[in-house]
Design a protein around this ligand. Structure first.
Ligand code: GLU
Length: 393
Protein backbone atom coordinates (compact mmCIF):
# COMPACT_ATOMS: atom_id res chain seq x y z
CA UNK A 1 0.00 0.00 0.00
CA UNK A 2 1.30 3.49 -0.87
CA UNK A 3 2.33 5.72 2.01
CA UNK A 4 0.89 8.70 0.17
CA UNK A 5 -2.47 8.37 -1.56
CA UNK A 6 -2.49 8.32 -5.36
CA UNK A 7 -4.77 11.32 -5.30
CA UNK A 8 -2.36 13.53 -3.34
CA UNK A 9 0.84 11.87 -4.49
CA UNK A 10 0.15 12.82 -8.09
CA UNK A 11 -0.12 16.54 -7.40
CA UNK A 12 2.63 18.86 -8.63
CA UNK A 13 2.92 21.66 -6.07
CA UNK A 14 1.76 25.10 -7.22
CA UNK A 15 4.40 26.56 -9.56
CA UNK A 16 3.62 30.13 -8.49
CA UNK A 17 4.13 29.20 -4.86
CA UNK A 18 7.29 27.28 -5.77
CA UNK A 19 8.80 30.29 -7.57
CA UNK A 20 7.92 32.46 -4.61
CA UNK A 21 9.57 30.03 -2.17
CA UNK A 22 12.70 29.71 -4.32
CA UNK A 23 13.05 33.50 -4.63
CA UNK A 24 12.68 33.81 -0.85
CA UNK A 25 15.29 31.12 -0.24
CA UNK A 26 17.73 32.87 -2.55
CA UNK A 27 17.11 36.20 -0.78
CA UNK A 28 17.81 34.53 2.54
CA UNK A 29 21.07 33.24 1.06
CA UNK A 30 22.01 36.88 0.33
CA UNK A 31 21.00 37.20 -3.36
CA UNK A 32 19.32 40.33 -4.66
CA UNK A 33 16.34 38.62 -6.29
CA UNK A 34 13.78 40.64 -8.24
CA UNK A 35 10.50 38.79 -8.35
CA UNK A 36 8.04 38.94 -11.22
CA UNK A 37 6.79 35.60 -9.83
CA UNK A 38 3.62 35.35 -7.78
CA UNK A 39 0.76 37.74 -8.34
CA UNK A 40 1.07 39.43 -5.00
CA UNK A 41 0.59 43.21 -4.70
CA UNK A 42 3.68 44.84 -3.19
CA UNK A 43 1.71 47.56 -1.38
CA UNK A 44 1.09 47.35 2.34
CA UNK A 45 -2.54 46.72 3.28
CA UNK A 46 -4.16 50.19 3.78
CA UNK A 47 -3.96 51.52 7.35
CA UNK A 48 -7.68 51.62 8.12
CA UNK A 49 -7.92 47.90 7.33
CA UNK A 50 -4.99 47.04 9.57
CA UNK A 51 -6.53 49.20 12.34
CA UNK A 52 -9.84 47.30 12.08
CA UNK A 53 -7.96 44.03 12.49
CA UNK A 54 -6.01 45.34 15.48
CA UNK A 55 -9.29 46.39 17.10
CA UNK A 56 -10.86 43.00 16.36
CA UNK A 57 -8.01 41.30 18.21
CA UNK A 58 -9.22 42.87 21.45
CA UNK A 59 -12.76 41.52 21.15
CA UNK A 60 -13.08 38.17 22.88
CA UNK A 61 -15.94 37.23 20.55
CA UNK A 62 -13.32 36.95 17.83
CA UNK A 63 -11.29 34.51 19.91
CA UNK A 64 -14.08 31.96 19.54
CA UNK A 65 -15.47 29.96 16.65
CA UNK A 66 -17.99 31.87 14.58
CA UNK A 67 -20.50 30.71 11.97
CA UNK A 68 -18.87 28.63 9.21
CA UNK A 69 -20.13 30.70 6.24
CA UNK A 70 -18.76 33.95 7.67
CA UNK A 71 -19.55 36.91 9.90
CA UNK A 72 -23.01 38.29 9.16
CA UNK A 73 -21.73 41.83 8.48
CA UNK A 74 -19.08 40.57 6.09
CA UNK A 75 -21.54 38.38 4.18
CA UNK A 76 -23.75 41.42 3.81
CA UNK A 77 -20.84 43.56 2.62
CA UNK A 78 -19.81 40.89 0.11
CA UNK A 79 -23.38 40.64 -1.17
CA UNK A 80 -23.56 44.43 -1.57
CA UNK A 81 -20.18 44.61 -3.34
CA UNK A 82 -21.02 41.69 -5.64
CA UNK A 83 -24.42 43.14 -6.54
CA UNK A 84 -22.85 46.52 -7.26
CA UNK A 85 -19.79 45.32 -9.18
CA UNK A 86 -21.04 42.19 -10.92
CA UNK A 87 -24.61 43.32 -11.54
CA UNK A 88 -26.28 40.30 -9.92
CA UNK A 89 -28.98 40.24 -7.27
CA UNK A 90 -28.01 38.10 -4.31
CA UNK A 91 -28.70 38.09 -0.59
CA UNK A 92 -26.10 37.62 2.19
CA UNK A 93 -27.24 34.00 2.61
CA UNK A 94 -25.75 33.36 -0.83
CA UNK A 95 -22.23 34.17 0.37
CA UNK A 96 -19.68 31.72 1.78
CA UNK A 97 -16.56 33.39 3.18
CA UNK A 98 -13.56 31.17 2.40
CA UNK A 99 -9.88 30.93 3.18
CA UNK A 100 -8.80 33.07 0.23
CA UNK A 101 -10.02 32.94 -3.35
CA UNK A 102 -8.15 29.69 -3.86
CA UNK A 103 -10.30 27.91 -1.31
CA UNK A 104 -13.40 29.38 -2.93
CA UNK A 105 -12.37 27.68 -6.20
CA UNK A 106 -11.79 24.48 -4.26
CA UNK A 107 -15.16 24.71 -2.48
CA UNK A 108 -16.93 25.39 -5.79
CA UNK A 109 -15.35 22.36 -7.47
CA UNK A 110 -15.92 20.11 -4.46
CA UNK A 111 -19.57 21.16 -4.32
CA UNK A 112 -20.41 20.90 -8.01
CA UNK A 113 -18.39 17.96 -9.33
CA UNK A 114 -19.07 14.24 -9.26
CA UNK A 115 -16.36 11.77 -10.28
CA UNK A 116 -15.79 11.97 -14.02
CA UNK A 117 -17.56 15.29 -14.52
CA UNK A 118 -15.72 17.37 -17.07
CA UNK A 119 -14.79 20.99 -16.59
CA UNK A 120 -13.68 23.09 -19.55
CA UNK A 121 -10.64 25.14 -18.60
CA UNK A 122 -9.58 27.81 -21.08
CA UNK A 123 -5.79 27.81 -21.29
CA UNK A 124 -3.47 29.49 -20.54
CA UNK A 125 -5.08 28.85 -17.16
CA UNK A 126 -4.23 29.74 -13.59
CA UNK A 127 -1.97 27.01 -12.26
CA UNK A 128 -4.32 25.73 -9.56
CA UNK A 129 -7.52 25.17 -11.58
CA UNK A 130 -6.65 21.77 -13.08
CA UNK A 131 -5.43 20.37 -9.77
CA UNK A 132 -8.45 21.65 -7.91
CA UNK A 133 -10.76 20.01 -10.43
CA UNK A 134 -8.84 16.75 -10.16
CA UNK A 135 -8.87 16.80 -6.36
CA UNK A 136 -12.64 17.20 -6.52
CA UNK A 137 -12.85 14.08 -8.72
CA UNK A 138 -13.51 15.99 -11.94
CA UNK A 139 -11.68 15.94 -15.23
CA UNK A 140 -10.18 19.18 -16.52
CA UNK A 141 -10.53 19.71 -20.27
CA UNK A 142 -8.08 22.42 -21.32
CA UNK A 143 -8.82 24.49 -24.41
CA UNK A 144 -5.87 26.48 -25.62
CA UNK A 145 -6.59 30.05 -26.66
CA UNK A 146 -3.46 31.31 -28.31
CA UNK A 147 -1.95 34.72 -28.87
CA UNK A 148 -3.75 35.16 -32.21
CA UNK A 149 -7.13 35.43 -30.44
CA UNK A 150 -5.68 37.57 -27.65
CA UNK A 151 -5.76 34.47 -25.43
CA UNK A 152 -9.57 34.35 -25.57
CA UNK A 153 -11.46 31.12 -26.27
CA UNK A 154 -14.02 31.09 -29.03
CA UNK A 155 -17.45 29.46 -29.10
CA UNK A 156 -16.17 27.16 -31.88
CA UNK A 157 -13.44 25.89 -29.60
CA UNK A 158 -15.94 25.23 -26.82
CA UNK A 159 -18.25 23.44 -29.25
CA UNK A 160 -15.42 21.12 -30.16
CA UNK A 161 -14.78 19.93 -26.59
CA UNK A 162 -18.23 19.93 -24.99
CA UNK A 163 -19.66 16.46 -24.20
CA UNK A 164 -22.60 15.15 -22.21
CA UNK A 165 -20.19 14.88 -19.26
CA UNK A 166 -19.40 18.63 -19.31
CA UNK A 167 -20.57 20.02 -15.99
CA UNK A 168 -18.82 23.37 -15.83
CA UNK A 169 -16.68 26.00 -17.50
CA UNK A 170 -14.10 28.01 -15.59
CA UNK A 171 -14.02 31.62 -16.67
CA UNK A 172 -11.58 34.31 -15.56
CA UNK A 173 -11.60 37.80 -17.03
CA UNK A 174 -9.43 39.83 -16.44
CA UNK A 175 -7.25 36.79 -16.83
CA UNK A 176 -4.45 35.31 -14.83
CA UNK A 177 -2.00 34.56 -16.46
CA UNK A 178 -2.54 36.46 -19.73
CA UNK A 179 -4.13 39.79 -18.77
CA UNK A 180 -6.85 39.21 -21.40
CA UNK A 181 -10.22 40.90 -20.85
CA UNK A 182 -13.25 39.56 -22.71
CA UNK A 183 -15.60 42.17 -24.19
CA UNK A 184 -19.11 42.43 -22.68
CA UNK A 185 -20.53 41.04 -25.96
CA UNK A 186 -18.25 37.98 -25.83
CA UNK A 187 -19.08 37.46 -22.16
CA UNK A 188 -22.79 37.43 -23.03
CA UNK A 189 -22.18 34.93 -25.85
CA UNK A 190 -20.31 32.63 -23.49
CA UNK A 191 -23.07 32.97 -20.89
CA UNK A 192 -25.70 32.05 -23.49
CA UNK A 193 -23.61 29.13 -24.73
CA UNK A 194 -23.34 27.73 -21.20
CA UNK A 195 -26.98 28.45 -20.25
CA UNK A 196 -28.34 26.76 -23.38
CA UNK A 197 -26.43 23.59 -22.47
CA UNK A 198 -27.12 23.64 -18.72
CA UNK A 199 -23.40 24.07 -18.03
CA UNK A 200 -22.29 25.74 -14.80
CA UNK A 201 -19.88 28.65 -14.95
CA UNK A 202 -17.34 29.15 -12.18
CA UNK A 203 -16.43 32.82 -12.64
CA UNK A 204 -13.19 33.94 -11.04
CA UNK A 205 -13.59 37.71 -10.61
CA UNK A 206 -10.59 38.39 -8.38
CA UNK A 207 -9.13 40.91 -10.90
CA UNK A 208 -12.41 42.77 -11.52
CA UNK A 209 -10.96 46.17 -10.52
CA UNK A 210 -7.87 45.98 -12.72
CA UNK A 211 -8.74 46.88 -16.30
CA UNK A 212 -6.91 49.37 -18.53
CA UNK A 213 -7.06 51.21 -21.85
CA UNK A 214 -10.86 51.38 -21.77
CA UNK A 215 -11.33 47.62 -21.31
CA UNK A 216 -14.42 46.82 -19.27
CA UNK A 217 -14.92 44.20 -16.58
CA UNK A 218 -18.13 42.34 -17.19
CA UNK A 219 -19.48 39.55 -15.01
CA UNK A 220 -20.64 36.43 -16.84
CA UNK A 221 -22.96 35.68 -13.91
CA UNK A 222 -25.00 38.79 -14.67
CA UNK A 223 -26.01 37.25 -18.00
CA UNK A 224 -27.07 33.90 -16.53
CA UNK A 225 -30.24 32.94 -14.67
CA UNK A 226 -28.82 30.06 -12.66
CA UNK A 227 -25.84 27.70 -12.65
CA UNK A 228 -23.21 30.30 -11.92
CA UNK A 229 -20.78 30.67 -9.03
CA UNK A 230 -18.59 33.72 -8.50
CA UNK A 231 -15.29 33.42 -6.65
CA UNK A 232 -13.53 36.53 -5.45
CA UNK A 233 -11.67 37.96 -2.46
CA UNK A 234 -9.78 40.88 -0.98
CA UNK A 235 -6.24 39.71 -1.86
CA UNK A 236 -5.66 41.72 -5.01
CA UNK A 237 -7.92 44.77 -4.80
CA UNK A 238 -6.95 45.65 -1.22
CA UNK A 239 -3.37 44.32 -1.16
CA UNK A 240 -4.31 41.59 1.30
CA UNK A 241 -2.94 38.31 -0.12
CA UNK A 242 -1.65 37.11 3.24
CA UNK A 243 -4.92 37.71 5.11
CA UNK A 244 -6.60 34.84 3.30
CA UNK A 245 -10.14 36.08 2.87
CA UNK A 246 -12.09 35.12 -0.21
CA UNK A 247 -15.65 34.17 -0.96
CA UNK A 248 -17.88 32.05 -3.09
CA UNK A 249 -21.25 33.40 -4.16
CA UNK A 250 -23.97 31.40 -5.89
CA UNK A 251 -27.43 29.84 -5.69
CA UNK A 252 -28.70 29.17 -2.13
CA UNK A 253 -28.58 25.35 -2.43
CA UNK A 254 -24.97 25.44 -3.66
CA UNK A 255 -23.83 27.81 -0.92
CA UNK A 256 -25.59 25.72 1.73
CA UNK A 257 -23.85 22.58 0.46
CA UNK A 258 -20.48 24.32 0.21
CA UNK A 259 -20.90 25.61 3.74
CA UNK A 260 -21.45 22.03 4.93
CA UNK A 261 -18.22 21.05 3.17
CA UNK A 262 -16.39 23.95 4.81
CA UNK A 263 -17.81 23.03 8.24
CA UNK A 264 -15.76 19.82 8.02
CA UNK A 265 -12.68 21.24 6.35
CA UNK A 266 -11.76 24.67 7.72
CA UNK A 267 -14.74 25.98 9.81
CA UNK A 268 -14.84 29.77 9.95
CA UNK A 269 -12.13 31.89 8.36
CA UNK A 270 -9.95 33.71 10.94
CA UNK A 271 -12.27 36.29 12.55
CA UNK A 272 -9.58 38.98 12.68
CA UNK A 273 -9.01 38.66 8.95
CA UNK A 274 -12.78 38.74 8.34
CA UNK A 275 -13.00 42.06 10.22
CA UNK A 276 -10.14 43.37 8.10
CA UNK A 277 -12.01 42.30 4.95
CA UNK A 278 -15.16 44.01 6.22
CA UNK A 279 -13.21 47.26 6.67
CA UNK A 280 -11.79 46.83 3.17
CA UNK A 281 -15.19 46.45 1.53
CA UNK A 282 -17.04 49.08 3.53
CA UNK A 283 -14.28 51.68 4.07
CA UNK A 284 -12.68 54.24 1.74
CA UNK A 285 -11.99 52.86 -1.73
CA UNK A 286 -9.29 55.30 -2.93
CA UNK A 287 -6.54 52.73 -2.50
CA UNK A 288 -8.15 50.49 -5.14
CA UNK A 289 -7.92 53.37 -7.61
CA UNK A 290 -4.34 54.12 -6.56
CA UNK A 291 -3.34 50.47 -7.00
CA UNK A 292 -4.98 50.38 -10.43
CA UNK A 293 -3.08 53.50 -11.50
CA UNK A 294 0.21 52.03 -10.28
CA UNK A 295 -0.41 48.71 -12.04
CA UNK A 296 -1.35 50.52 -15.23
CA UNK A 297 1.91 52.49 -15.15
CA UNK A 298 3.93 49.34 -14.49
CA UNK A 299 2.05 47.47 -17.21
CA UNK A 300 3.13 50.02 -19.80
CA UNK A 301 6.73 50.04 -18.56
CA UNK A 302 6.96 46.26 -18.57
CA UNK A 303 5.30 45.92 -21.97
CA UNK A 304 7.78 48.38 -23.46
CA UNK A 305 10.72 46.58 -21.87
CA UNK A 306 9.61 43.10 -22.97
CA UNK A 307 8.75 44.26 -26.48
CA UNK A 308 12.28 45.54 -26.98
CA UNK A 309 13.81 42.11 -26.31
CA UNK A 310 14.40 40.18 -29.53
CA UNK A 311 12.82 36.74 -29.19
CA UNK A 312 10.05 37.86 -26.82
CA UNK A 313 6.72 38.55 -28.44
CA UNK A 314 4.25 40.23 -26.12
CA UNK A 315 0.72 41.52 -26.58
CA UNK A 316 -0.23 44.35 -24.28
CA UNK A 317 -2.30 43.04 -21.36
CA UNK A 318 -5.67 44.73 -20.84
CA UNK A 319 -6.26 43.65 -17.26
CA UNK A 320 -5.05 41.97 -14.04
CA UNK A 321 -1.31 42.46 -13.40
CA UNK A 322 0.39 39.94 -15.66
CA UNK A 323 2.17 39.98 -19.00
CA UNK A 324 2.48 36.72 -20.92
CA UNK A 325 5.08 36.96 -23.69
CA UNK A 326 5.73 34.24 -26.22
CA UNK A 327 9.39 33.31 -25.73
CA UNK A 328 9.77 30.65 -28.39
CA UNK A 329 12.21 32.99 -30.16
CA UNK A 330 14.59 32.60 -27.21
CA UNK A 331 14.58 28.81 -27.17
CA UNK A 332 17.62 27.03 -28.50
CA UNK A 333 19.83 29.95 -27.48
CA UNK A 334 22.80 29.66 -25.19
CA UNK A 335 22.24 31.75 -22.07
CA UNK A 336 24.85 31.98 -19.35
CA UNK A 337 26.68 28.99 -20.82
CA UNK A 338 23.62 26.71 -21.08
CA UNK A 339 21.31 26.00 -23.97
CA UNK A 340 17.67 26.53 -23.07
CA UNK A 341 15.29 24.27 -24.91
CA UNK A 342 11.99 25.05 -23.18
CA UNK A 343 10.53 27.79 -21.02
CA UNK A 344 11.12 25.90 -17.76
CA UNK A 345 14.84 25.97 -18.59
CA UNK A 346 14.58 29.59 -19.68
CA UNK A 347 12.97 30.64 -16.38
CA UNK A 348 15.58 28.64 -14.45
CA UNK A 349 18.47 30.26 -16.36
CA UNK A 350 17.00 33.73 -15.78
CA UNK A 351 16.58 33.08 -12.07
CA UNK A 352 19.97 31.50 -11.53
CA UNK A 353 22.02 33.79 -13.77
CA UNK A 354 20.46 37.22 -13.22
CA UNK A 355 18.29 36.60 -10.13
CA UNK A 356 15.01 37.50 -11.80
CA UNK A 357 12.04 35.28 -10.90
CA UNK A 358 9.34 34.55 -13.50
CA UNK A 359 6.92 31.62 -13.92
CA UNK A 360 7.29 29.33 -16.96
CA UNK A 361 4.26 28.89 -19.22
CA UNK A 362 4.25 25.12 -18.68
CA UNK A 363 2.58 25.79 -15.31
CA UNK A 364 -0.30 27.48 -17.12
CA UNK A 365 -0.73 24.90 -19.87
CA UNK A 366 1.19 27.07 -22.35
CA UNK A 367 4.77 25.98 -22.97
CA UNK A 368 6.77 28.54 -24.93
CA UNK A 369 5.45 31.42 -22.84
CA UNK A 370 6.42 32.89 -19.48
CA UNK A 371 4.41 34.93 -17.02
CA UNK A 372 5.58 38.20 -15.54
CA UNK A 373 3.63 39.64 -12.63
CA UNK A 374 4.00 43.42 -12.53
CA UNK A 375 2.75 43.67 -8.96
CA UNK A 376 6.21 44.74 -7.84
CA UNK A 377 7.63 48.20 -7.14
CA UNK A 378 8.44 50.57 -10.03
CA UNK A 379 12.04 50.57 -8.86
CA UNK A 380 12.39 46.80 -8.89
CA UNK A 381 10.53 46.59 -12.18
CA UNK A 382 13.02 48.96 -13.79
CA UNK A 383 15.99 47.09 -12.31
CA UNK A 384 14.57 43.74 -13.42
CA UNK A 385 13.90 45.03 -16.93
CA UNK A 386 17.53 46.23 -17.20
CA UNK A 387 18.86 42.86 -16.10
CA UNK A 388 16.68 41.07 -18.66
CA UNK A 389 17.72 43.42 -21.48
CA UNK A 390 21.41 42.92 -20.64
CA UNK A 391 21.08 39.15 -20.36
CA UNK A 392 18.79 38.47 -23.32
CA UNK A 393 19.54 41.46 -25.53
N1 GLU B 1 -2.96 34.14 -7.90
C1 GLU B 1 -1.59 34.48 -7.68
C2 GLU B 1 -0.70 33.94 -8.78
O1 GLU B 1 -1.15 33.36 -9.72
C3 GLU B 1 -1.14 34.08 -6.33
C4 GLU B 1 -0.30 32.87 -6.19
C5 GLU B 1 -1.09 31.62 -6.21
O2 GLU B 1 -1.86 31.43 -5.28
O3 GLU B 1 -0.98 30.89 -7.17
O4 GLU B 1 0.48 34.12 -8.73
Amino acid sequence: MNRISNRIGSIAPSATMAVSAKAQQMREAGHDVISFGPGEPDFPTPDHIVAAAAKACGDVGNHRYTATPGLADLREAVADATNANSGVDISPSQVLVTNGGKHAVFAACATLLDPGDEVIVPAPYWVSYPWTIELAGGVGVPVLADQTTGFQVTIDQLDRVVTERTKALIFVSPSNPTGAVYSPEMVRELADWASERGIWVIADEIYEHFVYDGAEFSSIAASMEDRWVIVNGVAKAYAMPGWRVGWMVGPPDVIKAASGFQSHSTSNVCNIAQHAALAALTGPQQSVTQFREAFDRRRRTLYKALSSIAGMDCIIPQGAFYAFPNCSGLLGRSLGGRTVSNTIELATAILEEIKVAIVPGEAFGAPGFVRFSYALSDHDLARGARRLADFLG
